[in-house]
Design a protein around this ligand. Structure first.
Ligand code: PBG
Length: 331
């Protein structure tokens, strides 16, 4: 006599309607943030070879980028600056006329409250050596000297009109330093997004192209070791104690376990950054006919949500927002 299963988990998978009803996780456009590259001195948008579908934009194009993002209903844009000139101390980062600060101002004006304007707060786009901080005489990255520049950079970005500052430099004490600088300058209302568990990752490869930066050496003395998960939780807890309004895990897909652990321990929102290499892998695999592009994108985003991200920074933000508005299933 055959015994029949009494527990049939297939029951709720039988039709699209049942699957919709049973879905534990969803994504809405406001949970997506689009990274935007603004390059000094160009007159038209330039495609980035390693990131098909992503461009560097001139200052003049930013209002259109903001309009498109607002029309899609996404939660915000995260702006990165690509300066024409770099120096050892990253002067362009604190200069109110620097490309990033000018782009923030243009974006904030164009956004007019329809979405949030966020800015990358880090020195690597502005230094000629490509490190996220100032170098000491022995060539090491000088943590505490860098904090002073970050605080000044934060004030410049707040003054330009940024709503959220994305602290991505992985210096110890950066959240406290930037918070103190903002509060002292009358910007107590500006929020801090801490890239808390940011790993020394090969998946930032295409980003170096996007910001045209070359790095001398590597970032392993300040970005996290991919071997460590518990330490990622501690980074987030330290940042929360220093006043972070949001904590982030980056990259996303190779670190979903870290995301889940941080999300369990955090009482502030937890975001994830689906980085340039994650984007490029899916785009190139799809272009080679190896995977279904839209399903792979949808599945990757749902996985990041499922692991515990409240909001996702992704280069597909606008496209996916349109899918969601049209009622498309993500996976
Ligand atoms: C630092 C910063 C980086 C990224 C976001 N902020 C580069 C880095 O740390 O090497 C990478 C994002 C991506 O790869 O998409 N300015």
């Amino acid at each position: 006599m055959t015994s029949f299963p009494t527990r049939r988990l297939r029951r709720l998978r039988g039709t699209p309607a049942l699957r919709r009803l049973a879905a534990e996780h969803h994504l809405v456009p406001s949970q997506l943030v689009l990274p935007v590259f603004v390059k000094e001195g160009i007159t038209s948008s330039q495609p980035i070879a390693s990131m098909p579908g992503v461009s560097q934009h001139p200052l003049d194009a930013i209002a259109d980028v903001v309009d498109e993002a607002a029309a899609a209903g996404i939660g915000g844009i995260m702006i990165f600056g690509v300066p024409a000139v770099r120096d050892a101390v990253g002067s362009g980062a604190t200069d109110p006329d620097g490309i990033l600060n000018r782009a923030i101002a243009v974006a904030a004006r164009a956004a007019a409250g329809r979405l949030t304007v966020q800015a990358d707060l880090c020195l690597d786009e502005f230094t000629d050596h490509g490190h996220c901080g100032l170098l000491a005489a022995d060539g090491s990255v000088d943590n505490d000297a860098t904090l002073e520049v970050y605080a000044e950079m934060g004030v410049a970005q707040a003054r330009a009109g940024a709503d959220v500052l994305g602290l991505s430099g992985m210096m110890d004490g950066q959240v406290a330093a930037v918070r103190a600088g903002l509060d002292a300058a009358g910007f107590a209302h500006v929020a801090i997004l801490a890239y808390s568990a940011k790993y020394a990752s090969a998946f930032y490869g295409p980003f170096r192209d996007a910001v045209e930066s070359t790095l001398q050496g590597d970032r392993r003395t300040y970005q996290m070791d991919p071997a460590n998960a518990r330490e990622g939780v501690e980074e987030a807890l330290v940042d929360i104690a220093e006043g972070a309004d949001v904590v982030m895990v980056k990259p996303a897909m190779p670190y979903l376990d870290v995301l889940a652990r941080v999300s369990d321990r955090s009482n502030v929102p937890v975001w994830a950054y689906q980085v340039s290499g994650e984007y490029a892998m899916i785009e190139h695999a799809a272009a080679a006919g190896l995977i279904d592009r839209e399903r792979a994108i949808g599945e990757s985003l749902l996985g990041i949500r499922r692991a515990g991200a409240d909001v996702i920074l992704t280069y597909w933000a606008v496209e996916v927002a349109h899918w969601l508005r049209a009622g498309k299933e993500l996976a």
